[in-house]
Design a binder for this molecule. Structure first.
Ligand SMILES: O=c1[nH]cnc2c1ncn2[C@H]1C[C@H](O)[C@@H](COP(=O)(O)OP(=O)(O)O)O1
Length: 234
């Protein structure tokens, strides 16, 4: 069969290219965005968001599970390209990032925009990848545990379900007795863009993890990935 390539996707395919170095994504501060807009031509924007609910509970009466976190697998969560990421996507030309995230949330997870709506107050960080000319905007929204479960179910009937979004993922917010399985092992998956860093930032901002808990989990994740490499499992 002839290789027909990615067709219309070809133009934006490079933004998702593998091989990024995390240091390529620079956190933007107050006036950086305006300065970039006035100095760099043809900037592209993307906006992604983390939706979470806090529901402390003991999983199997054992693991302190602090809440639910929705990571979507469209792009993210198991996205069409096999990587994990948050719902969201590229912002259309002439569109504001906040409008882009609402549009993408509706397409990818069926978010009812009459009820839930991302606004500028939900924005927690932006990052710039100079090599790609790409600015990533990250948003965070809390919903009730009941609404969270309803949103999960709605994902299955979203327009992009089965196309961009291949599944919805709950992030395990606990670590098992071996110190690795649970959240540290989840971090060892492959993520789109800087979604791993966004997840860490989002969990801290949502106060689902303390700085100390996060640093223990990150140490375990790093040691785990090193050990996998030395066993040639990665
Ligand atoms: O969750 C994410 N966090 C940070 N960056 C991400 C995430 N998901 C994707 N990306 C990067 C890499 C992608 O190529 C670009 C565009 O996002 P994407 O969601 O793939 O855009 P479209 O759905 O194709 O519009 O951002």
């Amino acid at each position: 069969m002839a290789d027909i390539g990615w067709g219309a996707l070809e133009d934006s395919e490079g933004f998702g290219a593998l091989g990024d170095n995390i240091d390529d994504y620079k956190l933007l501060f107050n006036n950086d965005l305006n300065e970039l807009k006035s100095t760099v031509q043809n900037l592209k924007h993307a906006a992604h968001g983390m939706i979470f609910a806090k529901k402390p509970n003991l999983l199997w009466d054992l693991y302190d599970q602090k809440g639910y976190v929705m990571a979507s697998t469209n792009n993210m969560q198991v996205r069409f390209d096999g990587l994990l990421g948050f719902p969201g996507g590229l912002v259309d030309d002439g569109e504001e990032p906040v409008d882009g995230i609402n549009r993408e949330m509706h397409e990818e997870i069926g978010l009812d925009l009459e009820k839930y709506f991302f606004s500028d107050e939900h924005h927690i960080a932006s990052y710039y990848h100079a090599g790609k000319g790409l600015i990533l905007h990250f948003y965070l929204m809390e919903v009730s545990p009941e609404d969270y479960c309803e949103l999960e179910l709605k994902t299955l009937s979203a327009v992009e379900y089965g196309i961009e979004t291949c599944g919805i993922v709950r992030v395990p917010l606990f670590t098992m007795g071996d110190g690795v399985r649970g959240f540290p092992a989840y971090l060892a998956n492959q993520f789109a863009g800087n979604a791993r860093s966004e997840l860490i930032k989002g969990l801290l901002a949502a106060q689902l993890f303390s700085e100390k808990e996060m640093s223990v989990a990150l140490k375990a994740y790093k040691e785990y990935t090193e050990s996998q490499k030395s066993k040639k499992l990665l």
